[in-house]
Each structure stands twice: as structure tokens, then as C-alpha cells.
Design a protein around this ligand. Structure first.
Ligand code: SF4
Length: 431
């Protein structure tokens, strides 16, 4: 299967074509869904009634291929980006951000083999690092060899970017200040904010050779705030119509807030279309009376079978706490670079200790009618392991059921054991 995938890609098939082939293979052989692309094709077919969801998946499946092709053809510069934080600056500098996380999500199942054999990554190291490194290497001859990263992400990734630098990738590092942010004082925040502002100025010069036009940047920050407001409205409408957009499609909708899949206007049209569909009173999709609404916290997960299993077991994820959602957006009363720096150090909820995050999760339980919380992280990630421990203990004390899930980042189906635990959790909460 792995070598078949590579051969197809060398033949020039794009991701949409691969998704059709994956589904055709499943239909032919009667096997379970094996790849992320097959899950996407299936959930897309399940949403045949929604033109907006169809357009969403068009964006998802064409995102990386289009960004790379437009860059190669000289139509629109692009650069890779680690984390969704820099998108407004990329767009303000006329550069399409390509999310490094997406290449792992829709990549090839050969990536881990490359990571272990070529980069000599130990098997027990974090699967996210291996999948990203391996996949980047596999597409090295046709992709953009420029990448901006954030040193705050984690040490294993910091090392991975140096391995890519050694392969000829132009790596720009945005420095950060990792700290337990429950103890921030005004003076310390001011120093960090000034520093981040200067890092943003340098990133703009790396992106397009000159300082960012601050008026353009304002437009992008306002766009993000507008998109976030639409997303919140969609998520709230979904509470009463939880299966109109199923969990995997909702996860992709949320991912789009970080990059707009390279096409900001088209992405916003998807949100507008979905709002229009969800606001029609006759558009409720039937769902079981005892459907279990859940909170998802942590990494978004590459194992799409997890989302399918939640939905198929009588659950639905209605509230999400993943790195880019549920931030308060950018302050509109500050100059743009200052607002950007303020957002990076105080607006996001995932950076610093997980303690500050607890309150935000608590606040979503009642409005999203959640009966339990899924804490998701990747095998080998010590950061997420500590966060899950602190968070689970906190919510257990409050009497709110939680389950800690550990999955893998690389392409492939989730383990049977993981799916069994999810089914049991949803079933327990449905009684
Ligand atoms: S899963 Fe954890 S260890 Fe792995 S790259 Fe992400 S933050 Fe780093």
C-alpha cells in the first residue's frame, strides 16, 4: 500500500484524486478505512446535502498542491509555517502560508520510514516530529524550501527544523519566551511584547524583503476577528444541530481559521454558506435523543477514525479547545504590530502552563451541553502528557467525566484499543 501511494503521487495525481482512489479501494476490497484521505472522502459523501461542506473539502484537498504549484509558477509566493500564528502576517506580506501540520495530516504512509531510516529518528520519539520530517523530505523536489518556525513549539521540533536546514531548507526562527504565564507581571509582559514585535518585523522582511505594510496587517487582523466571530456562531448553532456538520468536518473547519487553506476569501465564503444553511429552521439533521455532546481538548488529532467512532457511537464533539480556537482575537484598539504581539503573549490559551486553560474549558461545558471531555495527545509527547494529567485531575475533582487519549500523528488507522475506549466512554455517558 505504501509504495502504491508513492507511485500514484509520482504519476502526478493530486490529493482529491487520491481520495477517490482510496475510497474505490475500500469499496473493492471491503476493508476498513485505512488512510486519512479515505476518511475525508467518506465524510464528504456523508455531507452531500451541504454545498458549503463540499466547498470546504475542495479547499482542504487542493490547499497544499495549489500553494506549491502557484509558488513554482511564480503566480503567488508561498512559505511553510509551523503553527497557525503567523498567517495574518504572511497574507499581509503577500505570501501564502503552508501549514507544516497539514503535510503530516494528508501525507504519505512512507513518512515514518524515511524519518527512521534517513534522519535516524529513534522509534520511540514523538510521531509528529517523524511524520513532518519524513513527509517534507518526500516532497522536497517539488515544494517550497522556506519555513518559518516558532521556537516555543517544543524542543523535538526545534531539532527537527535544524535537520531540514541541513537539507537546504531556509529556516527562519521566531524567538519566544516560554514561561508559566499565570505569574505574568505587567513589566515582564511589556518586555516580551516589545521583543515579539521586533521578531514580527524581522519575519516580514524574511517573507518579502521589506517591512510589513501596517494598514494591510490591520486588514488581516480584522479578517481573523471576523472569521472567529463567524466560527463561534457556527459552533453555537451546531449545539442544537450536532450532526449537520459531523465531528471530522468541524475539525477541518476549525483548522481553516489558522491558514484559510491558502484562499482567505473562499474560506470565508464557506463559513457564510454554512451559517446560511444552519440558520434555516428546516435544516436540522436527525440525531439520537440521548446524543452525547463532548469537549475535545489538546491536539486536533490525525487519526480521523477517532472522530468517526465518536459520531458512530452516538456522540458529537461540540466544544473544541485546540491551539487556535477560543482565543479572544486581536485587540482592535492597538496599533497592528502591538495588537499582534499582545495576542501572541496573552490571547492564546495553549501557551504556558495548562492551568490558565482550565477555566476556558470549564466555561464551555454548559453552553455546549457537554457531558464529558476528551483530552487528546500524541504518543511520545511529554508536554501533552503532563497537561492531560493536570487537566484530568482538575475535572475529576469537579465530577466531570474525562478520558485521556493517546494517538499517533502519522498516516494510518487508529488502534482498535483506542476506538474501543472511545466507544465505551460515549456509551457510559449515554446512560
Ligand atoms: S506532539 Fe509534543 S513533542 Fe511532538 S512535536 Fe508536538 S509538542 Fe512536540
Amino acid at each position: 500500500m505504501a509504495s502504491e501511494t508513492i507511485a500514484l503521487r509520482d504519476d502526478g495525481l493530486n490529493l482529491a484524486e487520491l481520495a477517490r482512489l482510496d475510497t474505490a479501494k475500500k469499496a473493492r476490497t471491503g476493508e476498513g478505512l485505512e488512510s486519512q484521505l479515505a476518511y475525508l472522502a467518506e465524510t464528504r459523501a456523508d455531507h452531500a446535502y451541504s454545498p458549503a461542506v463540499q466547498k470546504l473539502f475542495d479547499l482542504v484537498l487542493s490547499y497544499i498542491e495549489d500553494a506549491e504549484a502557484n509558488h513554482r509558477a511564480g503566480r503567488q509566493p508561498a512559505a511553510w509555517m509551523c503553527g497557525g500564528l503567523w498567517s495574518p502576517l504572511y497574507y499581509a506580506c503577500d505570501t501564502v502560508p503552508i501549514s507544516i501540520n497539514e503535510v503530516g495530516r494528508l501525507g504519505s504512509s512512507d513518512a515514518m520510514t524515511v524519518a527512521e531510516d534517513y534522519f535516524q529518528l529513534p522509534k520511540e520519539s514523538c510521531s509528529m516530529v517523524g511524520a513532518v520530517l519524513g513527509e517534507f523530505f518526500l516532497r522536497a523536489d517539488r515544494t517550497v524550501k522556506r519555513l518559518a518556525t516558532y521556537n516555543m513549539m517544543c524542543e523535538p521540533l526545534n531539532i527537527a527544523w535544524e535537520l531540514l536546514r541541513a537539507e537546504g531548507v531556509d529556516v527562519f526562527r521566531v524567538e519566544g519566551a516560554n514561561r508559566p504565564n499565570t505569574e505574568d507581571e505587567a513589566g515582564r509582559l511589556r518586555i516580551i511584547q516589545d521583543f515579539i514585535e521586533s521578531e514580527l518585523r524581522d519575519l516580514a522582511i524574511w517573507l518579502h524583503g521589506r517591512p510589513v505594510d501596517e494598514t494591510r496587517l490591520s486588514v488581516e487582523l480584522l479578517r481573523y476577528n471576523r472569521i472567529l466571530a463567524k466560527m463561534r456562531r457556527i459552533l453555537h448553532l451546531r449545539v442544537e444541530n450536532p450532526l449537520y456538520i459531523r465531528s471530522l468536518a468541524t475539525m477541518y473547519l476549525l483548522i481553516g481559521t489558522g491558514t484559510y487553506f491558502g484562499k482567505p476569501d473562499a474560506y470565508e465564503e464557506v463559513l457564510d454558506g454554512l451559517l446560511e444553511e444552519l440558520e434555516r429552521p428546516d435544516h436540522i439533521r436527525p440525531y439520537p435523543e440521548n446524543l452525547v455532546r463532548l469537549v475535545w481538548s489538546g491536539g486536533r488529532g490525525q487519526e480521523f477514525g477517532v472522530y468517526k467512532t465518536i459520531d458512530d457511537s452516538g456522540g458529537a464533539v461540540t466544544a473544541w479547545h485546540t491551539p487556535d480556537e477560543w482565543t479572544r482575537g486581536y485587540r482592535e484598539d492597538l496599533p497592528p504590530l502591538q495588537a499582534y504581539a499582545d495576542y501572541i503573549i496573552t490571547g492564546r490559551t495553549m501557551i504556558g502552563t495548562p492551568v490558565r486553560h482550565l477555566k476556558r474549558i470549564e466555561e464551555t461545558i454548559a453552553p455546549f451541553q457537554a457531558r464529558g471531555i476528551l483530552f487528546y495527545g500524541y504518543v511520545g509527547c511529554s508536554f501533552a502528557g503532563i497537561h492531560r494529567e493536570i487537566q484530568s485531575t482538575h475535572f475529576q475533582r469537579l465530577g466531570i467525566p474525562t478520558i485521556a487519549l493517546e494517538g499517533s500523528f502519522q498516516v494510518g488507522p487508529p488502534s482498535g484499543q483506542l476506538l474501543t475506549r472511545i466507544r465505551a466512554f460515549v456509551e457510559m455517558l449515554s446512560r
